[in-house]
Write a protein of this length. Structure first.
Length: 114
């Protein structure tokens, strides 16, 4: 749960910092849906790399922490899949919500906030 909260905070902050970029793209004529999909693609790529590396390290480290796991096999695929799915869902919502909020602002108002 701590990882999900931290991931949400970092990704939402990163997308919120791009409000000016989103406003400029929309002011130049980009459709808001395409801008949101661009943000989601970039976020998904970063998260996929992180989940791949983290999953690989978790799988490798599972033998070291075998004695500390209670009621879960060291390499339980269901637990790893659920954790990966949860983090992916959190990451997509962390990117989508601020991007949608920024795309609905008037471009000049968004640029003035910066």
């Amino acid at each position: 749960m701590l990882a999900a909260i931290g991931l949400y905070g970092v990704l939402a902050y990163g997308v919120a910092q791009r409000t000016g970029e989103i406003a400029i793209r929309i002011a130049l004529g980009a459709q808001s849906g395409r801008v949101i999909s661009m943000i989601l693609r970039e976020t998904t790529g970063v998260v996929a790399v992180g989940l791949g590396l983290g999953g690989g390290l978790a799988y490798a480290a599972s033998r070291l922490i075998d004695s500390r796991l209670y009621g879960v096999a060291p390499q339980d695929p269901v637990t790893l899949a659920l954790a990966t799915g949860l983090l992916l869902l959190v990451a997509l919502s962390a990117a989508y919500l601020p991007a949608q909020r920024a795309s609905k602002l008037e471009p000049m108002a968004a640029l003035r906030q910066q």
